[in-house]
Design a protein around this ligand. Structure first.
Ligand SMILES: [Zn+2]
Length: 92
């Protein structure tokens, strides 16, 4: 008769609900970045921003026309900010 190995009971943590950590994977991105050819998402949870259309076309001239605000992903927001700065230094 083979003895079954005694299973160790792992005590469950009491009242310690795992915090709902909103990792990137948990976010369901639904706002696409409006910069042409960009496949990122512009959800605010992901660091996306919306900027004025007029500002956007200063940097990317082929932004599809639409609402007055353009949703851009974090990467493009950085890019936009950077090019804005470059502009300013050039002009002054
Ligand atoms: Zn983008």
């Amino acid at each position: 008769m083979a003895r079954r190995p005694h299973r160790r009971r792992i005590p469950k943590p009491k009242g310690n609900k795992p915090k709902s950590t909103r990792s990137k994977a948990a976010i369901d991105p639904e706002v696409p970045c409006q910069v042409p050819k960009c496949k990122e998402f512009a959800d605010t949870e992901l660091g996306g921003r919306s900027i004025a259309y007029d500002n956007a076309i200063d940097v990317w001239d082929n932004i599809p026309e639409g609402p007055r605000r353009v949703k851009i992903c974090r990467t493009h927001y950085k890019e936009w900010k950077k090019s804005k700065k470059d502009d300013e230094t050039e002009w002054s």
